[in-house]
Design a binder for this molecule. Structure first.
Ligand code: GLU
Length: 286
């Protein structure tokens, strides 16, 4: 099997240690497997992502000793492809417009008998065509949500049979590659697009992983719980499901995840204060 993996950062700030660990983990796996390593800029959030963060990102990765194939895919250049994916889901009747505000959603969740976290399980009754038309005419904002009930009906037995191979160390107690059931139910009816942003991370990542022939998705374990949704989208869109390898998250000395606001943990700041790439690699190997 050809081993193809990727690092998919959002250029919304400087690369910090946590991201660098992710990039290095994927790159090293590609090297170990004689595979290919791709870089993809996940910049669909055009208010937060800025072109000016791209050059420093590339510089940091080169400094770390990584190399990747050109051209780099920039998601903001492919909104038309993601719109086409949403159209397919609309044509299958699997998404619906949700006009509820965040406050209304939270009220609905609070009323639900077994509400867990901030999961929205969809309306009790679908909105009438007249009400939808009136709200559209009034110019109200809305989100496109994926209806899990409709997905269940559409896929029949295939819904309960969805699985993926997980190779990461921490997803379950097991060792080595293992099959994990992909049940998206805990996630509820997820937003796939909005009136003003015609896509989401979920659509873009699933489309791009398939388009770029990614055989192994290597990413932080914070994304493990979203994977059943990605497997659902792959199943609905007849796309292959890659192998997943969710890696541990690198934590700071207080046990917290690195975040973009921690200026001291950016590679830029670490380089300026004399860190070496060998030093960082030894942190990664700990
Ligand atoms: N863009 C995501 C992030 O920066 C990575 C998504 C993925 O690897 O699937 O966290």
């Amino acid at each position: 099997m050809n081993f193809v993996t990727r690092f998919a950062p959002s250029p919304s700030g400087y690369l910090h240690l946590g991201h660098a660990f992710s990039a290095w983990t994927a790159w090293r796996a590609a090297c170990d497997n004689n595979g290919r390593f791709l870089l993809r800029l996940e910049d669909i959030d055009t208010t937060r992502c800025k072109r000016e963060f791209e050059a420093p990102l590339f510089d940091d990765l080169i400094w770390l000793g990584l190399d990747w194939e050109e051209p780099v895919r920039r998601q903001s250049e492919h909104f038309d492809e993601y719109a086409a994916v949403l159209e397919r889901l609309k044509a299958l009747g699997l998404v619906y417009r949700c006009f509820k505000t965040r406050t209304e959603i939270l009220e609905d969740i609070a009323r639900a008998p077994h509400g867990v976290g901030e999961v929205y399980r969809g309306p009790d009754t679908p909105m009438s065509a007249d009400e939808e038309a009136a709200r559209l005419t009034a110019g109200e904002a809305y989100a496109w949500r994926l209806s899990l009930d409709r997905c269940r009906d559409h896929l029949g037995e295939r819904f309960g049979a969805m699985r993926f191979v997980e190779e990461g160390p921490s997803a379950t107690k097991g060792q080595g590659p293992r099959e994990v059931g992909a049940d998206p139910t805990p996630l509820g009816d997820v937003v796939l697009a909005r009136k003003d942003v015609g896509t989401s991370y979920h659509i873009a990542v699933v489309h791009d992983d398939a388009l770029q022939g990614i055989s192994h998705v290597i990413r932080g374990e914070d994304l493990f719980e979203l994977t059943p949704l990605h497997v659902l989208l792959q199943t609905l869109l007849d796309l292959p499901t890659p192998i997943y390898r969710h890696h541990r998250l690198l934590l700071d000395e207080t046990g917290k995840r690195f975040a973009k606001r921690d200026q001291a943990a950016t590679l830029q700041a670490m380089r300026e204060s004399g860190a070496t790439s060998e030093g960082l690699r030894s942190i990664f190997l700990r």
